[in-house]
Design a protein. Structure first.
Ligand code: ADP
Ligand code: ZN
Length: 722
């Protein structure tokens, strides 16, 4: 009789033993469907010795596997990555495995799926719901469920539209072949510097072993062109190449760029895919047919059949850190994946993380630098506007020098970008009469006014409400005032000052889909936009040659909050957004509005002294024992019942481990003391690099009884301290 040990897709259990039905075969890595109580659950056949080699279950108690799924087995290198990720981030292996095997893995790739799209005919009887749905669906295509979600109507409404003939069925085959990228389609003419960098990357691909290469090039130096050469080498050798991007919004322009270089678009992977697209992509990745994959961090765990290179673009971005579920950092896990697969990993950035530079210094990463912009474009000039000396007019946010610079660009027909990392109209609404501030009922957070959609919204839990007319506290009428600016408010000011200017607001509210992002890029490229007003979404990736002015509306915004990476992040963000200016023939100018022009980070930006800034920052981290010279881990205890959360946190605090070099802070209410209706307490561990934090935490949290109503989240190497 053959047995199989199976890791199931559930967080609650370790591996379980099953019987392999007679006549079938389930080698290591096989994807299977197994019985679990009354349910069917997917899983993967795993080594007996993993996960502490639990005792085998007696033959007489084994249940038969239901099915061995007809997909390639999950390779050993990926099984090792699942174990490592689970171990390092203290997450159940079943939760990590879910990223390897999303639902798409179990849907038969050959079975066609029925999608629907508008026929152009309107139903005879138009209800308000139907008209909302038809508007939202537009020219899009999807399953009934997807279209219903898209239009925020019930599935019955969509089915009704199908019955009336307003929507029409289309059969989509999920195994349509992907076009083959052609490595020789349109190779660029590289500058000498670029060619030297590309040669190093190509050699790393040819060597086919693990190495991390930091591609450190100023904005506009051609990093993308250079790493595409390494990808071309991998594709020419019949291998797969994965490119990780920090935002979905960046995928669409990247697909176009790859199409120009390789003759066809790569395979995208992100949460915005339709289920048919997802299914088709997963199977093509697992079979090895998909050659170039461009995706968000969840693409990292897919079962590539024959990976040759991993590239992490904008590798310094903190959005690579996942903040719920498995709290992993995609940049760090990408390096581990390269290690297990035995392939090179390229980290590309104009402003590398201090962690990555420290690895270069320690001799662990190879440093490849591109110090100049391509094609003779010069780096922009940065200057600070001292907001204490040159304040904006009352109730306005743009200081006179910035307003003058905007007027100048408008006159010359050049484009400008105003950067403010705040969505909406105003971050706070308060009552002039009684001082009441409107807070989210579920979170320790102010409600943010979004004037374009006439709503107050919580950016933490998504709670929305119409702006009240009366103060909810004192009932005074028309006493509520907006405090502080968001991008919408800055756009209002621009419209008031320059009524003739054509503006575009760019935030996750306006660029919520890859198609919207593509539309924005096209509009700017065609010169239909004079002034872009955007959040961090516009700081990276885009290449607009006619954009010559960047204004940073509030450079101090990221500095308060006491985050250990606040200065580094401010430096990176401003250097990145500055990098959008002057990428073509005309030189760029960057104006930074700040109240602390003498702060080291502002001075370094203006003096273009990156090395000096990093050296000072590294020295201060070293003194504090902060990453990368020391380690942190956070424990967040939450419950709907504040006393339950407090109780568990206190018991944990009483049993806090004591060890040489280890400091345990807390428990204390988290700065975000309530989130989505749950009360939160934090404990923070701080230790030297060599300390076994994971082992210590595992033993510690195992030593107390957990009430069912309390939840624990463990964040190893945290980036967020709220
Ligand atoms: P980075 O990723 O370093 O910001 P990009 O790769 O986006 O730089 O290059 C900036 C711009 O210069 C892009 O429009 C790119 O196509 C162009 N470019 C860079 N190198 C070359 C080259 N060798 N030949 C032609 N165009 C190039
Ligand atoms: Zn909320």
């Amino acid at each position: 009789m053959t047995r199989a040990r199976v890791l199931l897709l559930t967080a609650a259990l370790g591996p379980l033993d099953y019987r392999v039905p007679q006549g079938s075969d389930a080698p290591l890595g096989s994807v299977v469907v197994a019985p679990l109580g009354p349910r069917r659950m997917g899983g993967v056949v795993w080594e007996d010795e993993s996960f502490g080699a639990p005792e085998p279950v007696g033959d007489n108690r084994l249940r038969n596997l239901f099915e061995i799924v007809d997909v390639p087995p999950i390779p050993a290198a990926l099984r090792r990555l699942v174990e490592w990720t689970s171990d390092y981030y203290l997450s159940p292996p079943g939760s990590v495995l879910r990223m390897v095997l999303p639902g798409a893995a179990f849907a038969d790739a050959r079975r066609p799926i029925v999608e629907y799209r508008a026929t152009g005919e309107l139903p005879a009887r138009m209800t308000p719901q139907r008209s909302v749905a038809m508007d939202a669906i537009g020219t899009r295509q999807g399953t009934v469920r997807e279209l219903a979600a898209l239009a925020s109507v019930s599935e019955a409404v969509v089915r009704g539209l199908v019955n009336t003939g307003a929507l029409d069925a289309v059969e989509v085959s999920a195994d349509a072949p992907w076009p083959e990228p052609d490595p020789g389609f349109a190779p660029p003419d590289l500058s000498d510097e670029q060619a030297a960098a590309a040669e190093q990357l190509r050699a790393a691909v040819a060597a086919a072993r693990f190495e991390t290469l930091l591609l450190d090039g100023v904005t506009g130096s051609g990093k993308t062109e250079v790493y595409m050469e390494a990808i071309a080498a991998a594709v020419a050798a019949g291998q797969q190449a994965l490119v990780l991007l920090p935002e979905i919004a960046l995928t669409e322009p990247m697909l176009t760029r790859f199409a120009a270089r390789f003759g066809c678009e790569p395979v995208p992977w992100h949460s915005g895919l339709r289920s048919t697209e997802r299914r088709r992509a997963w199977h093509a990745i697992a079979s090895g047919e998909a050659k170039i994959i461009v995706g968000a961090r969840s693409a990292l765990f897919l079962p590539y059949a024959n990976l040759g290179i991993i590239t992490v673009d904008e590798a310094h971005e903190t959005s690579f850190k996942q903040e719920d579920g498995v709290h992993y950092h995609a940049r760090d896990v990408a390096v581990m994946r390269g290690h297990f697969e035995g392939v090179p990993v390229v980290l590309a950035s104009a402003t590398p993380a201090l962690e990555s530079l420290a690895m270069v210094e320690a001799g662990r990463y190879r440093h490849i630098s591109l110090p100049a912009r391509y094609g003779g474009a010069t780096l922009p000039d940065l200057a600070a506007i001292d907001m204490r000396r040159d304040p904006p007019d009352r109730g306005k946010w743009l200081a006179p020098p910035l307003v003058d610079a905007l007027a100048d660009r408008l006159g010359k027909g050049e484009q400008s970008l105003l950067f403010l990392n705040r969505r909406g109209f105003a971050p706070l609404t308060l009552c002039r009469t009684c001082g009441h501030r409107i807070q989210c009922p579920n979170c320790t957070a102010w409600m943010v006014e979004h004037r374009l959609v006439h709503r107050l919204a919580c950016h933490h839990c998504g709670h929305v409400m119409p702006p009240p007319r009366l103060c909810p506290e004192c009932d005074d009428e028309d006493s509520l005032v907006a405090c502080g600016p968001g991008v919408e408010r800055v756009a209002d000011e621009v419209a008031l000052r320059f009524p003739e200017a054509r503006t575009a607001i760019v935030t996750s509210d306006t660029l919520w889909s890859p198609a919207k992002a593509a539309e924005f890029v096209a509009n700017v490229e065609e010169g239909l936009v004079d002034i872009i007003i955007g959040t961090q979404l516009v700081t990276k990736g885009y290449h607009f040659p006619n954009l010559t002015l960047v204004g940073v509306v509030d450079a101090d915004l990221g500095l308060d909050g006491g985050d250990l990476r606040a200065s580094e992040r401010t430096f990176q963000q401003i250097a990145q957004v500055a990098g959008r200016a002057g990428r073509g023939a005309k030189p760029g100018e960057v104006l930074i509005q700040t109240r602390v022009p003498d702060a080291p980070v502002m001075a370094a930006l203006v003096a273009n002294d990156r090395d000096g800034f990093y050296a000072a920052e590294a020295a201060s981290r070293r003194r504090a024992g902060a990453p990368p010279y020391g380690r942190f881990a956070a424990l967040i205890i939450s419950s709907e019942d504040v006393e339950v959360a407090r109780g568990v946190a206190q018991r944990l605090g009483q049993k806090a481990p004591v060890a040489d070099g280890l400091a345990v802070y807390g428990p204390a209410p988290a700065p975000l003391a309530m989130l989505r209706g749950r009360h939160r307490f934090r404990l923070l561990l701080h230790a030297p690099r060599s300390f076994d934090l994971q082992g210590t935490i595992r033993e510690w949290v195992g030593s107390i009884d957990w009430p069912a109503k309390a939840r624990l989240a463990i964040d190893v190497d945290p980036y967020s301290f709220v």
